[in-house]
Design a protein around this ligand. Sequence first.
Ligand code: HDE
Length: 710
Amino acid sequence: MKKNEPNKKTEQLETLSTSNENTELTTNQGLKINNNQDSLKAGNRGPTLLEDFILREKITHFDHERIPERIVHARGSGAHGVFKLTKSLGHVTTAKFLTEVGKETPVFVRFSTVAGSRGSTDLPRDVRGFAVKFYTEEGNYDLVANNMPVFFIQDAIKFPDLVHAVKPEPDNEIPQAASAHDTFWDFISLMPESMHMIMWLMSDRAIPRSFSMMEGFGVHSFKFINEEGKSHFVKFHFKPKLGVHSVAWDEAQKISGVDPDFLRRDLWDSIENKSFPEWEFGVQLIPEEDEHKFDFDLLDPTKIVPEEEVPVEIVGTLTLNKNPDNFFAETEQVAFHPGHLVPGIDFSNDPLLQGRLFSYTDTQLSRLGSPNFHEIPINRSINTVHNNQRDGHMRQQIVKGKVSYEPNSIAQGCPFQSMIKDGGFASHQEKVSGQKVRERSKSFVDHYSQAKLFYNSQSTPEKIHLQNALIFELSKVTMPHIRERVVGQLTYIDMTLAWRVAEKLGLEAKKLDMPNQSIPADSDPKDLQSKEIEPKTKISEALSMQNTVKNTIASRVIGFIMGNGVDADQVSQLKSKIEEQGARVQIIATSMAPVKTNNGDTLTPQHSLTSTASVCFDALYICPGEDSTKELSAPENKHLTLHFINEAYKHCKTIYFGEGTDTLYKSSNVAYKKHEDPAIVTASDQNGGDKFIKAIAQHRVWELEKERNS
Ligand code: HDE
């Protein structure tokens, strides 16, 4: 199957969808409507009649258009695609989509933020959901993942507390889609188990440049079961082929105003432009007998398995190649559930995962309103469903015959249960025994070693960003005792980090005596101190975005700033070069009027200097041509042009000054800096176009941030 050929799921959706092309307007009963402009009245200036069933039907339907938004992950964007297996996992699982090399499985993926409402911005500081529905021939398998590999809490019973703490505060419903407020940090400061996740959340991973530049993680340990019934623990990973990249926090805040749909638009446009987002899919496998070989508990969702200890084996590719036809029908109504399993995959006893298994069905019942949510087209399995469940709100399947029970003889026992060898699901026969207790295992008690591992593994610019994120967030906290407690937590991760944050908050970095309910009362206080980590895991290269893929400009958006008289040939040459590599060029002019080039042609701008901002672009080309520069430097345009350039510069982006743009170069901040800067290209550079492209592929010169901003 080629990338955007229809697959079994898209065919199914096709047969279930309609188009309004070449049709006449009808009521919901199929009656053709003759007047959709006026309601039925007693005289053309008289009262509207109750008998106007057309008006009532239309307005009633409209009144009920909204469904409750998701309690968390309300803001989301989705796309269809395909998962292709490149390496068999037949030795560890029977799941067919993971054992037959070359097999292509249709998928639907929904990315989301966690805290904000459905209409909130795409770029708050937040975790991103990365939920994948695999429409396998053995039924739907959902991998309801995030872009961070750990979670805030260890036990599901704390989830409502966490979410209440991060959501807008209940008295005034402020702030929207932001963790920078009292209740969130109050909760966090009392939950040392959240510290590892806080390191991820304060890192740039929380402000991704694109959904296609995020990793995906299953978070929990799951289990694979093979034909012999033997189990392996498994951690799931998606690694983006474009690398993991982020925007700057200052940029994120501005994008939230200029284009709150930034990531949604990027996903949509990339797919429309056939720059299909792609990930490698990989697994970390741990034989059951090695369960206790680590210095953390595999069931603890606040821990990663460092890739240096268990490498990620790449076994497949996930490609998103089709935008939804209808946002509500697909992206809004899709219902994920970590309990949607296929044979060969099972849960572990991670207490967070166990709680999720209850939550997701329950939430769909209130959100989608009926136990028949599996019949909504986007949620349907590509296998026909056969069982004796019946009726309920909005039932769509019409099951023929008298029988809706089992055992039965009238329908020859059908539908009958399947043998394991024929694909019948059987839970892994794990031996379980224990006292019935409300208690946390002592093996969950080390909350700092991996927080420290993450922090230590960051590059210097990443550490600075993380530190500034903490300063930003905690400066918004109004209650001093909360700030103090968070700083106290940081002292267990890194003293310099704690000092720097404390200094900006006007505090001293003091260690805490940590009263915490989640720590067993009889635990040894020294367990609460940050344990020294074995040298081999002190740094994990995989945790730093500095070491990510930087060899492509695919899906980047490059702004070409120009005025009339721009050099047509040079513009068109660089444009083709950039587009050949899968990036997009957008013209920014002084107005939306067509730009006249030096050879008399015209170019249509997508933006004017006032309708967009530098934060929406990955790099800028100040297009060549003296007349063009004159126009951009005219009194009414100069400050806008320079603001564009200076802001892109501040955000460590690549800028190319073409021939004849010297006056702009000289008046910008760029000219004042005297250091070597590989991301500034000028007309005097040989092969300027190639240098430009190479620099864009590096994403940003974060290492020059200080110099560029001084
Ligand atoms: Fe979720 N989570 N979650 N979660 N979650 C939901 O389900 C919940 C957790 C994740 O695009 C809800 O359908 C509990 C971890 C994603 O539709 C809800 C707990 C991870 C999405 C829910 C967790 C996730 C959700 C809200 C702790 C990463 C969006 C709407 C016990 C592995 C899926 C819905 C989409 C959505 C409950 C923790 C990922 C309320 C109780 C850990 C990606 O059921």
